[in-house]
Each structure stands twice: as C-alpha cells, then as structure tokens.
Design a binder for this molecule. Sequence first.
Ligand code: WTA
Length: 707
Amino acid sequence: MPNTRAKQINNRPMASRNYSSSSSSSSSSSSSYSVSRVSSPKSTMSKPSTMISNDDTIYTPSQEYSQQCHVKSYSEYQEMYQHSITNPSEFWGKYGSSLISWFQPFTNVMSGNFVNGDITWFQNGKLNVSYNCIDRHLETKKDKIAIIYEGDHPDHVRKITFYELFLETCRLANLLKSLGVRKGDTVAIYMPNTPEAIYSMLACARIGAIHSVIFAGFGFDSIVSRVQDANCKIIITADEGVRGGKTIPLKKKIDEVAIHCPSVQKVIVFKNTGGPIDFHPAKDIWAHEVMPEQPPYCPCEVLDSEDPLFILYTSGSTGKPKGLVHTQAGYLLYTTMTHRYVFDIQENDIYACVADVGWITGHSYIVYGPLSNGTTTFIFEGTPLHPTPSRYWEMVERHKITQFYTAPTAIRSLMKYPVSYAEKCNKSSLRVLGTVGEPINPEAWRWFYKYVGEDRCPIVDTYWQTESGGHLVAPLPGGIPTKAGSATFPFFGIKLSVLDPQTGKEMSGNNVEGVLCVNNSWPGIARTVYRSHTRYLTTYMKPYPGYYFTGDGVKRDQDGYYWIQGRVDDVINVAGHRLGTAELESALVGHNSCAEAAVIGYPHDIKGQGILAFCTLKHGFEDTEDIVSSLKIEVRKIIGPFATPDVIIITPSLPKTRSGKIMRRILRKIACHESTPEQLGDISTLAEPEVVQFLIDKVTACLPKHH
Ligand code: WTA
C-alpha cells in the first residue's frame, strides 16, 4: 500500500516560478488541484531497491485534489479493484448497464477463456456505438462542443457541436449506404487528423460497416496490404494533410493504391487543404459535393455486442501486420471506463489527446472513449515543434485544456529547448497529464511534471496495446500515488501476472522481474486477428497457456508498482510507433542491392528506440553513400517515412550460428556498446567470428553512446 509508506510533506506555495533548483520538493498550492511530492522514507523500506528506480519519490495527490476526483483515495481504488477481480460479472455488469445505452439489454456479462480464445462480453446485447457517442448526448448536450480541431497552422481552428457531429456523421453514413456499403462491409480510412476522420469512423459504426483506419504516414505497400487483407470496398481519404508546414499528398498515394486493389469501388475525398488532385470521375467522389445532398438523419443499425466494430493492423514479431478485431460493446465500455477514470473526466473538461487517429490511441482516446463520455475532445493535425516548441502549451492556453495526453518521445523532443517555451504559456487549466506508447524515462517524466504540470498535475503513464483496446496499467489521478517512470497499478478488472520466461511459472510477491501476462478476460481485449484466428491464438494465448501474453517485460518493485521494460520480442517502438523488425528487413531485402538484413532497435535519446539495420549487399554492389540512401528511401516508400532506418551499416556478413541463424542478441549488445568479451559472451560458435570486431568498430564510429 503506497499510502502507508508515503509521508506527505506540507504544501508550500511557490514564491516564484524559479525551476532552477531540481532538488526542490515544494509544490504549488495555488490551485485546488495541488499534488504534493513526498519522499518515501528509506528507513521503512524492507530492502533497498537495487533493480528499478534510482528515484523512489512518490507523488501523492493532496486531499484537496483527490476530493474532486471520481476515485478519491488509494483505498477506494483498492476496493473497486478487488470487486472487479472477485466478481467481474457483477462489476462489469453494473457499469455496462449504467454507462452504455442499449437497444436491448445483455443477458450474460462474460464468457469464454484464453485457452479457447473464445472471449465474449455482454451476450445478446444490442446497441450502436455511434448512437452512444452522439445521439444519446443530443438531449442534454446538443450545443456542447464535441470536437475542437486545430490544424497545422495555429489559426486553423474549428469547433463542432454534438449536433453538428450528428448531422455530418449521418450524411456520411447515408453516402456510404448509397454506395452500397452494408453491415459487415469493410471501409478503409486514410485520413489526416481532422474531424472528418472522426465522422468517417462514426459513420461506419452507425451502419455496422467495419472500419480499418490506416495511419496517414504509411507508404504504398503498407496501405495495399491492409486494403487487400480486409477486402475494403471504399477508401475514405483527403486531398492532402499538413504537418510541420509540409503538405502530404494523401489522395495521390491512394491513386496508386487503388490500381492494385480491385476490391475498391469508390474513393471518397474530403477537401482539407484545397491542393490539386487528379480526380478520376469513375471512382472518385468529392465529399463536399455530395454530402450536402444526403439526408441529415441516418438510423442506427442495431448491432450485436460481438459484431466487429473495427480492424486495426499492428506489427508483430513475424510476418505481415495483424488485423486486430475489436467488437462493439466490450470495447466501448472499456474505453468509456478507462477514459473516465484514468483521466478523471468531469463534465466541463476540454480533453486533448495529440495522438493520431491512425493508431489505437486515437481510436480509443480521441474518438470512442471521450465521445461516449460526452466529453469535448481535441484533435490536432500538426506537430509539437511547429511553428515553435510552444505549440502544445499555446493550445492548452488557447482552449483551456484540462487533460493533455501525449507520447514520451514528444516530451523528449521538447526538452531539448529552453523551458521558457513551456513556461511562458498559461497552463493553469491543466489538471491531468498523460503519456502513452513507450516507457517514459524518469527525466522526461519529471520535466513534464515540473514545467508543464507546474508540480500540480498528476501524470498518468498509461501502459496498454492495440490488442488491449484500452489502458491495462495506469494510475488514477486522485487515487494512486505515482513514481516517475512507473505505470503503477492495473486498471479495474485486470489481473496481472509476472511470469518467469523460462519456466512459465508465475512469480509471486514483490521485487520480481519477468514477462507481463494478464490472466483474466477484460471487455476491451481484441477478439481475433482478422481472417486468422490461429494467429491470434499462437501469438497471444499459446506462449503461456491460460494467460494473455503482452509481449512486454516488466518489473514489480518492492511496493508492488509495475515498471514496463519494453518488448521481449522482435517488435520495436520508435517514437511511439510500433514496428516489427521482420517488416523492416523484408522492405530492405526487397531492394535490388540487398542480400540480407538484420534490424534491431537501439537506445535513442529522443525516439526511445532508433532503427539500426545491418545489411549485406549482393555481388557487384559496394558500400557507398548512394546505396545507403537508396536503401533508406526503399523503406520510406514501402512502409512509410516514420520507419526510415536511422543508421544502416553495410557489412560483409552477419553474425550467424553455424546453422545459419542470425545472432540478434550479439547485434543488440554491440548496438548498446556492450562489446567486451564478457558482455558478448561466447562467440566462438559463430560461423564467422571475425565479423564481430568489424561491427564493433563500425558501431563505435557511427552510433553515439546513449545517455
Ligand atoms: C509499448 C499503444 C511502456 C509496449 C497504446 C506495448 C508502453 C506497445 C506504454 C503497444 C507505457 C505502450 N509504458 N510501454 N506507458 N504504452 N507501450 O499497440 O511495448 O501501438 O506492448 O499501442 O507499446 O503499442 P501499440
């Protein structure tokens, strides 16, 4: 119990905003939401922590702050958590009934298990997600702002009420219907972060079509494989996107894609920048021309709790990206609950998540969770550094944002600039800060806490995945004291297990390290991999029978806090983007010069992990700058610019066992500058041990040591 060990110190009002002293443990009590920072007294520790954090400071919300939250204390969290674990049917049944609007009530809360992979929630319930996100709010919140949009240019602001959201969604739903889209059909959405992306998702949900949002940074091959795998009938896109002052020709990409995807009958194009496009009358439809003709009311399809809501592709350790399938009721309830409790959402909040709708964070925490809760949600098309590194904090000031949810990589990129960029903006509206996507290093956590949250706002470090639908491990602002860099404790209904990766045995007690699994079903879990249930079972359910395997390593510290250690498989997290090393390797060997490639992640100061590729060339090709840059271009083209390798090392061979298996373990060590013989271990079994020294020299020359 963190509260028993944490001693609260007095809040002292800060005389000035002088942040130069890093040892200060004072906090601002000028706001009713002050958080006091307390140090855990070392004398009461059972054992000094040797393994996890070098900072045991526990940040505890003040009583004044907690009193205004949904969950007001650690004991209240524990009570609710215990209830959710001991009686999940009762717990989720209660919230399922009260937080979701049903056309027909469910008859049973949950069934199925991980061994069979036949999870279902809220059987026989009938509902519509679009109804839950829009229609049910119209009676009381018709004129409330549902969406605030900021474009890349700070003057480009639009505000959309719930009623306007209703009209636009209905018109688009009717347009889709007029094009023959029916329940169960798949629609691809390749859109910039604009309100129209949200209309598109909700229009599909309204008519029971399954959307597959494809991140607008993806390149040709990634789009084609997704559209083909899901057999999409329609693609919804925009002329162009704009980020950081650069335009991104989205429609042009879709023109190339459509040629290779015979399933695509029509392309609906939204006008975003007004930039030129090639318009193909047989296939293309300008949304702004045809939507006004559509009736502004479209009835909601009555859907079953377990009908699919969307497919979202994500990278795994092997093969093609997997299309995770989320269904209606469980996903909706889980995002509604996590959004409400983890961000402590109150009626008048202006909640901002600056992720992209193309990733699960955008789905769950820009669109479904917030809108289901009737919350004003913010959507941002631009980047944190444009036009200046004050951009985020100017948005906070401009819109009086109350919750701000971003990625550690964005925080790290902003930390490079003088703190005056953050300090000069009025951030007094902020109440909760959030991070997602990768482990946050304590230094970035503290910067965020101090310079953005002004020592006043709890940080919710939310650990979760595309597969989980919503947060798995995260603090509750008023109820769970935080430690810099820990996602703290499981959300309601999540029973975490730390398993020994060798034996698969559960490791009980505190101060343990292993792989993270969940050993009970929760409403938000993806139900299958599209068209490949076997792959779903093999990836998540088979590695540790009876458990859902997250793919992440974890430590549970002496206080029971969870610290996510990153992936234990061949997945890397680059600036919050999830990539499979196999995908990158296959893009590289697709280039005519490349014989073989091994890709690994290496520690990167800003991006968390950078991409390092080792390539051997085919006969007749030489290690030149041109070859390296054309290999990079190949990856940009095939997967997308965000996947461009940071460093490519051309090597005469790769370290392999005599049976031909690439020894990635050795490559990873070399990339972390752990290259003494003791660190590398026995390399005598390699087919060509001499290549190791060659690679060490290369890495020393081109990769800086990580700090
Ligand atoms: C990582 C993003 C540490 C983790 C929502 C996970 C995190 C993968 C955190 C999923 C966090 C996400 N702390 N690691 N707070 N959040 N991750 O599917 O490795 O894009 O397995 O979902 O991101 O990435 P995905």
